[in-house]
Ligand binder design. Structure first.
Ligand SMILES: Nc1ncnc2c1ncn2[C@@H]1O[C@H](COP(=O)(O)OP(=O)(O)OP(=O)(O)O)[C@@H](O)[C@H]1O
Length: 716
């Protein structure tokens, strides 16, 4: 398995920055990801909700009952006013229709009967409150717990999909932005299920029941009260149109701010050593200011919207007061009790009406979160596994680079310019050359971190339009204009020497399943990534089973002896055991975030141990021992000789003594191989390698094997 880390290879920061600035998403706004989506992203939540249809249905039904029970006590009050207290005449028409209460008031002198009716109404009211309380619990419980479950599923799916995307995706997007998607965006969707769905159900119920009640009891008054509802809908629609671009911008500012903060906090040591507090404060202030200004703009619009809703509610109150009062006074259809119910129900309408704005607002926010979350889920990995992928348990290790051309991104600068190289199984090949000449890039193509640029008839490059882009379309049988199928093209591509390809055991790496391939290739890089955890865990990471065993162990004594022995053997072979044993907690030492508590050389040795544990068939060491002292390198070298003896190995090194004994040394310059041969031959040839050797050893390039081990960094 490839040692898990990011960035997986170091790169020349300047040209990388140029590339990133030119054709990617420097601020992490994820515009490109939104483009991946078709249709309303909120609809894509449905499949996540479907498995929970039972609890969600209970949530919906109990919310509806809850709202009905909430409106009931007002009717009891109306009955009490009309039948018991004022005996003003007929009871509320709706109540009369239900048959729950008598239709005529109890005469004033029958005090006992009046009180019995009052107690009866009181009992019904208590029952309504009991129902209200139970359904309140059920509604909240089922909506909230289901929202948590959906959130968990969604986060896990998004994370899993994200971690399987190609390296180019991680290069082009900021970690802060990706974290925001997995955290705040997923949480916002949870909140939508938790709060908004319930609120919408409540609003529909309240409007339906109250509207129905009003139209039933006094149609003209009901119509008057309900008249503003379309106005509210119109205002809400306007509001959504207004607020949408603002929320997009706010989100972009949050992503920029997150990225800036996470960059600065991760780079705290650099900020301190260069005393760049003021500059960094300025940059944070600039991002924060942008966020503040956009947010203030959005608040202004939002508050104006809510204020206009208040006006409408006020207008409704006044119309009930005047028109309803008129109806009571002129003995129209309204009783005193119903008049009171109108007011009480108006208060019930008040909440959902002002909520409509908030719901629209939150819907908008949830929609833009859904765009990003489902945009990620719709993003395809640039490196794909073909349908009939090869997934061998082991590879022999013959490697061929055929006319390999490569650029990062569709419009990127050409990094590799036709590299041809044949490597035999078991051969150790050293790579030397100027910094930025493409050594790491070339070897990144082996485990398919990236795929070679496609040739004229190839169809694997996705950057330029997907699998079938070059075929110009197919018929229903999957045949193109010349009658050939995908498989025909594949076969042709595999066997056509004119196409650029990297082959392992004669098979184009694009025909392997990337994961199976990576499992057979061990990569150790100059600045290996350490996970926050113990040294034992970091070494065990190299072997899936050992890693799981170590993670499951409660403490050190729980790790089975055979697993622990293998970890220690790997550490001995990597020259790490001695320093680990000297640490106060030995293999249980916590390495800190990204391994900050270890030196660069110690991290490299732990990383080598991790790869040794994996026992790969092919090994790539990319400046893997550049940070260790010469003595330690000799120890590692002796063990590496063993490690590389029966497997194909690629070793990139600026310190030429590291690759001096390689079977063959390849010298690269500007994306091309300019020299190959053994150390002795290259020194004798007096070319670029000889010059480098000379500058490192301080000897003339006369074939005299000097000592390059002391001089590091033959860059450029
Ligand atoms: N992810 C990337 N995106 C864009 N450009 C990149 C990326 N990684 C590397 N490059 C560019 O590709 C070129 C080759 O880089 P590479 O790391 O392969 O060189 P190298 O020979 O290994 O250099 P060094 O010896 O310094 O490690 C450089 O110009 C570099 O800036």
């Amino acid at each position: 398995m490839v040692s898990a880390s990011r960035p997986l290879f170091h790169a020349n920061p300047e040209s990388r920055l140029d590339c990133v600035m030119a054709d990617s998403d420097p601020h992490g706004s994820f515009e490109d990801i939104r483009d991946e989506l078709e249709g309303n992203p909120m609809a894509k939540l449905v499949p996540y909700a479907l498995p929970y249809w039972v609890p969600l249905s209970i949530g919906f039904v109990s919310t509806m009952i809850n709202r009905a029970a909430r409106l009931f006590p007002a009717l009891m009050l109306a009955a009490a006013i009309d039948l018991v207290i004022t005996q003003s005449g007929g009871v509320d028409q709706l109540l009369a229709a239900t048959g729950l209460v008598p239709t005529e008031p109890v005469p004033a002198e029958r005090t006992g009967e009046r009180l019995s009716l009052l107690y009866y109404l009181g009992t019904l009211t208590v029952a309504a409150y009991v129902v209200q309380s139970i359904t309140h619990y059920l509604s909240r419980y089922f909506f909230q717990t289901t929202a948590q479950r959906i959130q968990h599923d969604l986060r896990l799916d998004t994370y899993d999909h994200m971690q399987r995307l190609s390296l180019s995706f991680f290069n082009d997007h900021q970690t802060g932005g990706m974290m925001a998607i997995l955290n705040s965006d997923v949480n916002r969707l949870e909140d939508f299920f938790n709060t908004e769905l319930r609120q919408i159900t409540e609003a529909v119920m309240i409007f339906g029941l109250v509207g129905g009640y009003m139209l039933y009891t006094e149609p003209w008054l009901g119509a008057l009260v309900l008249l503003p509802v379309p106005l509210i809908a119109l205002a809400t629609a306007k509001f959504i149109i207004w607020i949408e671009p603002k929320y997009k911008r706010i989100r972009e500012h949050v992503a920029q701010l997150n990225t800036r903060l996470s960059n600065n906090l991760s780079g705290a040591a650099i900020v301190k050593s260069f005393d760049r507090y003021d500059v960094e404060r300025g940059r944070v202030a600039e991002q924060s200011r942008g966020y503040r200004d956009e947010k203030i703009g959005a608040i202004t619009v939002r508050k104006a919207f809510f204020a206009s809703l208040r006006l409408l509610v006020g207008a409704m109150f006044v119309s009930i007061l005047v028109a309803g009062g008129y109806s009571v006074v002129t003995a129209g259809g309204l009783t005193a009790g119903t008049f009171v119910v109108y007011f009480m129900y108006l208060r019930e309408l008040d909440g959902p009406m002002t909520r409509i704005g908030k719901t629209a607002n939150n819907y908008q926010k949830a929609k833009s979160s859904a765009e990003r979350v489902f945009g990620i889920l719709a993003t395809e990995a640039a490196v794909q596994s073909p349908p009939d992928a090869e997934a061998p348990d082991a590879v022999e290790g013959t490697v061929t680079f055929e006319d390999v051309e490569f650029s990062y991104g569709a419009d990127g600068e050409q990094i590799l310019e036709g590299v041809d190289l044949e490597v035999e199984s078991g051969e150790t090949v050293g790579f030397a050359g100027t910094s930025g000449s493409g050594k790491s890039t070339l070897l990144k193509l082996l485990p398919r971190f990236y795929d070679v640029d496609a040739g004229a008839d190839a169809h694997h490059t996705r950057a330029d339009g997907g699998i079938d882009a070059e075929y110009g379309g197919e018929d229903a049988d999957g045949r193109d204009a010349s009658g050939r199928t995908d498989r025909d093209h594949d076969r042709e591509r595999r066997t056509n020497p004119a196409n650029p390809a990297v082959r392992i055991d004669g098979v184009d790496v694009r025909d392997y399943d990337p994961q199976a391939l990576r499992d057979r290739i061990g990569v150790v890089e100059q600045d290996p990534y350490m996970f926050s955890g113990t040294i034992r865990e970091n070494i065990a990471y190299g072997d899936g089973e050992a890693f799981r065993t170590v993670l499951e162990a409660e403490d050190e004594s729980d790790v089975p002896d055979d697993v622990d022995d293998r970890i220690r053997e790997a550490a001995v072979a990597a020259g790490a055991h001695r320093f680990v044993e000297e640490l106060p907690n030995g293999y249980d030492t916590m390495v800190g975030e990204r391994g900050v508590k270890l030196s660069g050389g110690q991290r490299q040795r732990v990383s080598i141990a991790r790869t040794i544990l994996n026992d790969p068939d092919l090994i790539v060491l990319d400046e893997a021992t550049s940070d260790v002292d010469t003595e330690t390198e000799e120890v590692i070298q002796r063990n590496l000789d063993e490690l590389t003896a029966d497997r194909t190995a690629f070793i990139i090194a600026h310190r030429l003594s590291t690759i001096q004994d390689a079977d063959r040394i390849v010298v690269m310059d500007d994306g091309e191989v300019i020299e190959t041969g053994s150390h002795e031959d290259l020194v004798d040839d007096g070319g670029t390698y000889a010059d480098l050797w000379d500058s490192q050893t301080g000897t003339e390039a006369d074939g005299d094997d000097g000592d390059a081990s002391q001089s590091i960094g033959a860059d450029d």
